[in-house]
Design a protein around this ligand. Structure first.
Ligand code: ZN
Length: 185
């Protein structure tokens, strides 16, 4: 609690000028999947304002079954609640953003991975799959994984990007694409 005290003071400032907005689709029509690393906060890095984008963060910003479930639910919810308000080209774009110097990169080392697996009671193979040692490679793999999921709505597109901690720059690795519908191409 004590460490939260200064942040709660900041919240008091925030609340003093806050105006609540109506429930609606995210203004930027983007869902960001990225790492929980405190150096890659997408609100700061991408200049997001309140209600601009949905942000899903986990270790490495990996496309896990839980992330796929979240995105499937968001697509369902947007379709149910905002069908008349969403753009003709689709519900939203999922932007997967991996970054350089990711803390999961240490998991590429066998000794580190072995100790981490013991400490958090996860199989070593799962931790190996977690590792973002080369963010360009992992972001590409995760975009393909998401596009291949039968749970992904065809009204959702997916893109891949890398954030460089050294420069502050986000570079697009894969432009946004919709999933191939079964039977098409
Ligand atoms: Zn990271």
């Amino acid at each position: 609690m004590a460490k939260m005290t200064p942040l709660l003071k900041r919240n008091e400032q925030f609340a003093s000028t806050y105006t609540p907005g109506p429930l609606g689709p995210p203004a930027a029509q983007v869902v960001i999947v990225t790492c929980l690393d405190h150096r890659v906060d997408p609100a700061i890095v991408l200049g997001l304002q309140l209600s601009d984008a949905v942000v899903i963060r986990n270790t490495g910003g990996r496309v896990t079954p839980a992330v796929i479930n979240d995105i499937a639910y968001l697509a369902f919810l947007a379709g149910e609640l905002f069908n008349g308000q969403v753009a003709a080209e689709g519900l939203f774009e999922v932007a997967v953003v991996h970054h350089t110097q990711c803390g999961t990169g240490f998991l590429a080392d066998a000794g580190f991975r072995h100790r981490a697996a013991e400490a958090i009671a996860r199989p070593e193979a799962a931790l190996e799959a977690w590792a973002v040692a080369d963010p360009h490679a992992t972001v590409e793999a995760d975009v393909e994984l998401l596009l291949a999921s039968p749970l992904l709505s065809p009204k959702v597109s997916v893109s891949g990007h890398v954030y460089d901690i050294a420069t502050g720059r986000v570079t697009t690795v894969l432009d946004d694409r919709h999933p191939q519908l079964a039977g098409n191409n």
